[in-house]
Design a protein around this ligand. Structure first.
Ligand SMILES: [Zn+2]
Length: 239
């Protein structure tokens, strides 16, 4: 695809973690599960800089290393109010809390928080804290390209609204099953979202994740959805 021509680089760090470097040289880390992410290649666990971190929900495999990375790189952390309050208590500065339906501009990029169907409790020190509601993000780049990071979610009919209001060029969709959509639901999601490209995520990191990109291609074919599946390997960049 023409990501390089469009002037950005999107790298899958495994699971639901993505690193985006934009045309304007902004680095965005989505769901920063890096250190203990079994799929993340070692050489990608260090960063030159991080301008923005987005957090879709409070689970450990998504909130991940937000506290450590925030203290090291001083990014803006875009998340819901409850997660921002949790991060404040951990001594993290520069949280930007928002809620679904809203758009915030950070570092010249636009972040729209959208609905997801999932839970969001934050486990810390053997206790579970309320983490607000799980969400997804539509990130609008400097040139208008839109990337939808669905976070963990079931398929839901509001995806039709996401497709109408913020038609994504690229959708980063979970396909693993068990905790999220499987390829069958992801294909229905794609029918509503109509992205040009789908990058499958949230699979391959646990035996309970049975979904594969090949299964997604088959399900899309059954529904006559023409979105192209770009199956990255962990560490691979869309190019
Ligand atoms: Zn989750």
């Amino acid at each position: 695809m023409s990501a390089v021509n469009r002037g950005f680089a999107l790298t899958w760090l495994g699971h639901h973690t993505f690193k985006l470097v934009t045309r304007g040289a902004r680095t965005v880390l989505m769901d920063p599960w890096v250190e203990s992410n079994p799929a993340c290649p070692k050489e990608l666990k260090s960063f030159d800089k991080i301008d923005v971190i987005t957090i879709s929900h409070g689970h450990n495999d998504h909130l991940g290393d937000a506290v450590m990375l925030a203290k090291k790189f001083k990014p803006v952390l875009v998340c819901n109010l409850e997660i921002s309050l949790f991060l404040d208590r951990k001594g993290v500065a520069n949280t930007l809390s928002m809620n679904k339906g809203g758009t915030a501009e950070v570092a010249g990029l636009r972040f729209t928080m959208v609905h997801a169907v999932h839970s969001s409790g934050i486990e810390d020190g053997g206790q579970v804290f309320y983490g607000g509601e799980a969400a997804g993000f539509v990130i609008t780049l400097e040139d208008g390209t839109r990337i939808y990071h669905a976070g963990d979610t079931a398929v839901h009919s509001d995806m039709a609204l996401i497709g109408e209001l913020y038609p994504p060029d690229i959708a980063l969709l979970p396909i693993g099953d068990h905790y999220t959509m499987s390829p069958r639901e992801a294909a229905v999601a794609a029918r509503m979202l109509k992205p040009r490209w789908i990058v499958p995520a949230h699979y391959g990191t646990s035996p309970v994740f049975t979904g594969t990109p090949e299964m997604l291609r088959e399900e899309l074919k059954k529904l006559n959805v023409t979105s192209e599946v770009v199956a990255l390997r962990p560490g691979e960049t869309l190019s």
